[in-house]
Design a protein around this ligand. Structure first.
Ligand SMILES: C[S@@+](CC[C@H](N)C(=O)[O-])C[C@H]1O[C@@H](n2cnc3c(N)ncnc32)[C@H](O)[C@@H]1O
Length: 282
């Protein structure tokens, strides 16, 4: 079978199963298995494909039809240009979270905090912490998660990407030794319970629920995190959060009570929804 024939076969199977981006997904699967980029796949279209690759590609498409996310099937997802290893142990890093890192990077530079102690709470596969080591190699980064499995994957990623990070398994800040951090970032679960019904099956069936479920109002983790974070701040720390799009006002009110001198900037994601809060303590 040639590359073109296999691509037609895979994309046809995906499209028949309702995957409207079947063509693109077939290219990604085959590109991953052959290590050819899309342009090379087309220029090599008449080359014969090894039967082993045909089998693996068909197996990957069968998994996709079961609903398994593409990033888990191919085992990798790009995050700010970094090739993160992905599997069911942790949430797939999202493009909106790239935006959170970019906002934080700007803030860190503006406040000249490039050589800081940085803490990430709820690191998942590690994308935020690992990206920050690349932007700020002189910083010391600690990353936590409640999930031992997620931390294993984050450790794999840190090793693969040459990032020096201290990992701590902890329910929010419970087991994190108290010391001041200039920068703290958290993308904790934030989907309110009643909105889970609108979250896609692909997420609910395949991604870890510990990364998605966030209690009745979706603010439980962020609330508890903010209520306990003070001993970890310097009084001038920057705290960046990703949040549910209606929670900006909850963040503002809580910060006002806990840190009366702080300022809160609410920022939007690419779809225009309030998605991020950048808190500057003073
Ligand atoms: C929305 S995911 C974000 C993962 C990663 N930071 C990212 O941006 O891709 C939330 C993460 O918080 C972790 N988490 C959930 N509850 C937690 C808790 N009580 N303490 C610490 N981490 C928690 C989950 O295991 C998950 O890895």
């Amino acid at each position: 079978m040639t590359i073109n024939e296999l691509l037609r076969n895979l994309s046809g199977t995906l499209q028949e199963a309702g995957y409207i981006h079947g063509q693109r997904e077939a290219e990604i699967i085959l590109g991953h298995l052959t290590t050819l980029d899309t342009a090379k796949l087309f220029t090599s279209g008449e080359d014969e494909v090894d039967q082993q690759i045909v089998n693996r590609a068909q197996k990957a498409v069968a998994q996709r039809i079961q609903g398994r996310p593409l990033a888990y099937i191919i085992g990798t997802q790009q995050f700010l240009g970094l090739h993160m290893k992905t599997d069911e142990r942790a949430l797939i890093p999202r493009p909106e979270t790239e935006h959170l890192v970019e906002l934080l990077v700007k803030k860190i530079r503006a406040r000249k905090l490039e050589r800081s102690e940085i803490l990430e709470v709820g690191t998942g596969a590690g994308p935020i912490a690992i990206a920050l080591t690349k932007y700020f190699p002189s910083s010391k980064i600690t990353a936590t998660d409640i999930s031992a499995e997620a931390l294993e994957l984050a450790e794999d990623n840190a090793q693969l990407l040459g990032a020096d990070i201290t990992f701590i398994e902890s329910d929010l800040l419970e087991k994190v030794p108290v010391k001041p951090y200039e920068v703290i970032v958290a993308n904790l679960p934030y989907v309110p319970e009643e909105r889970l019904a609108f979250v896609s099956d692909e997420i609910l069936d395949w991604e870890p629920m510990v990364a998605v479920q966030a209690g009745e109002d979706g603010f439980a983790y962020i609330r508890r995190f903010l209520e306990t974070v003070k001993p970890y701040t310097t009084g001038e720390s920057v705290i960046a959060l990703e949040m549910w799009h209606t929670h900006g006002v909850l963040v503002e009110e809580l910060v006002q009570t806990l840190f009366p001198d702080a300022s809160v900037e609410i920022r939007q994601d690419l779809a225009g929804f309030d998605r991020f809060a950048v808190i500057t303590l003073s």
